[in-house]
Design a protein around this ligand. Sequence first.
Ligand code: IPE
Ligand code: IPE
Ligand code: MG
Length: 284
Amino acid sequence: MKEAGVNWTEESLSLEEQALRSTLIESGRLPRHVAIIMDGNGRWAQERMRPRIEGHRVGMDSVRDAVKTCSQVGVKYLTLYAFSTENWKRPAAEVRFLMSLLETYLRKELEELHANDVRIRTVGKTNALPKNVQRVLEGAIQQTKDNRGLTLTLALSYGARQDITRAVQMIALDVRSGKMSPEDLTEQAIAERLQTAFMPDPDLVVRTSGEMRLSNFLLWEAAYAEIYVTEQLWPDFRRPDLYRALADFACRERRFGKTSAQLAADQPPSTDRSTLQRILDAIR
Ligand code: IPE
Ligand code: IPE
Ligand code: MG
């Protein structure tokens, strides 16, 4: 049963936010899947002469903002890169802190997420996480599995190369046991064995802190994603900043290998940048 929690949809959006939301929806250019590389927590803290973990702590407020904003605007999938396979190489104390933050976030926010129809999923080698974190995650996934609002996927102990390798290994086993022939090895056969198979490919990949790299995130799935890099550090990346990324996305021309002229022939012209800019200026 859903407990009463803060209802995000009833929490009024400002007039400007409503205008942006409807302009994005009407334009048909709201990304279905937004994936975020949340980077720069350590630098945010260091700039303030604080320990790195302080950046992670404040970064959780940006996580709350991103989840709520995507849910309210109508983005269907939000994937957050929270911990990479490579992040295990960090100092043990920082890793422990990140794990405890994750546990606290889930314990504190689960009811509110559930009340707002958010479905929680994970990708990554979650059995490498501490047992208590695994238990909380399993509970959250189980409790929210029938929700139909935003799908919030946490990438935890995730590495795209590891996921692709695992998929190929599964195919090799199927070929060896005669269930599959090498000719059946299509792109689809790989895609459907990836852990991300339950969601569409990301339309928009956001990375904060100005780094121009994917750091082993969704390498297969992001083949045609629009990439948005902002200099802002993750703890500073809040609601208006996400709106800016969505508006920027809406103005992109996604050609998928075709020419602009071909696109113009089979699609309405892209959203008027000045309309979006006007709304964004009002939100700031
Ligand atoms: C992102 O911030 C959080 C994780 C990778 C878990 P960082 O901790 O990477 O912060 P910087 O990049 O060192 O500033
Ligand atoms: C990427 O950030 C991983 C996450 C955001 C979880 P990193 O800070 O680990 O990436 P690199 O090492 O600078 O590429
Ligand atoms: Mg980093």
